[in-house]
Design a protein around this ligand. Structure first.
Ligand code: HSE
Length: 327
């Protein structure tokens, strides 16, 4: 059996989740991939930092060049996040003929076009399933199984933190600041909650979905974005009295003239709508295609294991392409 070598850049929650799953199901994954998958190097800022999984110290390096310049590394998994230097690392990996797996939604939303253009020119793959909806398969289904459809609309709850906060506010009639403090203490919300609470995270994910669904280049600046900062317990109470639930929705739709509208904002959903029942940190995405009608994808939108599952899926798909030329 051929061996496909993987180099990681970053080893946080998602990186650890992916490596743990690769270990846990190694035999099954390699049988399905049709090749061996070997983690060859992991570049991290602090090799000595304690981590939730045990890692052979010989695999760890603080020098990212050991991943990027290793001619035996076939796939680079970028799980460090942020734009700089992640963008340079991803571009360099592609330049060097390596395929890339990333969960970096901000990077793909802002620089996806240049990254995918370069990948096409160099004949390598860039997979980013984990960038939207964590463990929920949504990017591959949009690219493959739903490819025969004209997509009319995508409506998603794609941010777990705000969904958790809104769920708590609804169930316990509490104010946002109060729930947010608790969510931070429990580690559900980031110390700096801006990206989630103000809708940036949902906006990046929406841009990625829209670019695939509508085959266009989408600019984050063109998206209407409003977070949940203006939602009060009283708004939720009134909505409930009228039979509605308040959710932070990410909506992309194309009209008959092919104009695309993208928006992220809190919205009133009738309680009978399937998205109204999506609670806590769960995500769900409803896709409406002219052939398939409405389909809904639901699951865990974040976390080590679910997002690790998406990363492993991306790795295996690339490994199959590398070993069997199955592009
Ligand atoms: N902060 C994100 C969320 C993590 O709350 O959904 C997953 O992208």
């Amino acid at each position: 059996m051929q061996t496909v070598n993987i180099g990681f850049i970053g080893l946080g929650t998602v990186g650890c989740g992916a490596i743990a799953l690769l270990r846990q199901n190694r035999e099954l994954i390699e049988r399905r991939a049709g090749c061996r998958l070997a983690v060859r190097k992991i570049a991290v800022r602090h090799p000595d930092k304690p981590r939730p999984i045990a890692v052979d110290p010989a695999l760890l390096t603080s020098d990212v060049r050991e991943v990027l310049e290793d001619p035996h590394v076939h796939i680079v998994v970028e799980v460090m996040g942020g734009i700089d230097p992640a963008r340079q690392f991803v571009m360099e990996a592609i330049q060097r003929g390596k395929s890339v797996v990333t969960c970096n939604k901000e990077l793909m939303a802002k620089h996806g076009s240049e990254i995918l253009d370069l990948a096409k020119a160099k004949g390598v793959d860039v997979n980013f399933e984990g960038s939207v909806g964590g463990g929920i398969p949504i990017i591959q289904p949009l690219k493959q199984q739903l490819v025969g459809n004209r997509i009319r609309r995508i409506t998603g709850i794609v941010n777990g933190t705000t969904n958790y906060i809104l769920t708590k506010m609804t169930r316990e009639r509490r104010e946002l600041a109060d729930v947010l403090r608790e969510a931070q203490a429990l580690g559900y919300a980031e110390a700096d909650p801006t990206a989630d609470v103000d809708g940036y995270d949902a906006m990046y994910k929406l841009c990625i979905l829209a670019a695939i669904a509508f085959g266009s280049r989408v600019r984050v600046e063109d998206v209407y974005r409003e977070g949940i900062g203006g939602v009060h317990a009283r708004d939720i109470e009134y909505a409930q009295e009228l039979g509605y639930t308040i959710k932070l929705l990410a909506i992309a739709q194309e009209d008959d003239d092919r104009l695309i509208e993208l928006r992220v904002h809190p919205a009133l959903l009738p309680n009978a709508h399937p998205l109204a029942a999506v609670s806590d940190v769960f995500n769900a995405i409803v896709v409406e295609g002219d052939g398939v009608g409405r389909v809904m994808f639901y699951g865990r939108g974040a976390g080590a294991s679910p997002t690790g599952s998406a990363v492993v899926g991306d790795i295996v798909e690339i490994a199959r392409n590398l070993c069997y030329n199955a592009t």
